[in-house]
Design a protein around this ligand. Structure first.
Ligand SMILES: [Zn+2]
Ligand SMILES: [Zn+2]
Length: 108
């Protein structure tokens, strides 16, 4: 599954099937999934927190016009990690967000 959704979108779908579920419950559940490594947060255009059910290492392409988020499979950039270490930082994992225009927006 390649879906990147906000907590509000998940809440909308869950509450349609399970009336009575609250938004804080959805947030708490997502925090738990993230803690267990079953989901991850992706910073999106506009600041909304987007959740990604794909927990293995991958990067993201974020379109600044339509907000589309796509997975990007590429090796972790070694020079990037080396630069982070040179800055005295100990990176756990690197996650690169490439911003720009998606193919549809670039063609428009
Ligand atoms: Zn776009
Ligand atoms: Zn993803």
């Amino acid at each position: 599954m390649n879906r990147h959704v906000t907590a509000e979108q998940i809440f909308g779908e869950v509450s349609a099937r399970m009336p009575g579920v609250s938004l804080p419950t959805v947030y708490a559940t997502l925090d738990l999934l993230e803690e267990f490594g079953l989901a991850r947060r992706v910073p999106s255009e506009g600041g909304a927190v987007v959740y990604d059910p794909r927990a293995d290492d991958h990067h993201h392409l974020v379109c600044r016009r339509c907000g589309a988020i796509a997975d990007l499979d590429a090796p972790v950039d070694a020079p990037l990690v080396a630069a982070a270490r040179d800055a005295g930082f100990s990176p756990d994992a690197s996650h690169v967000v490439v911003r720009g225009l998606c193919a549809d927006c670039a063609a428009a």
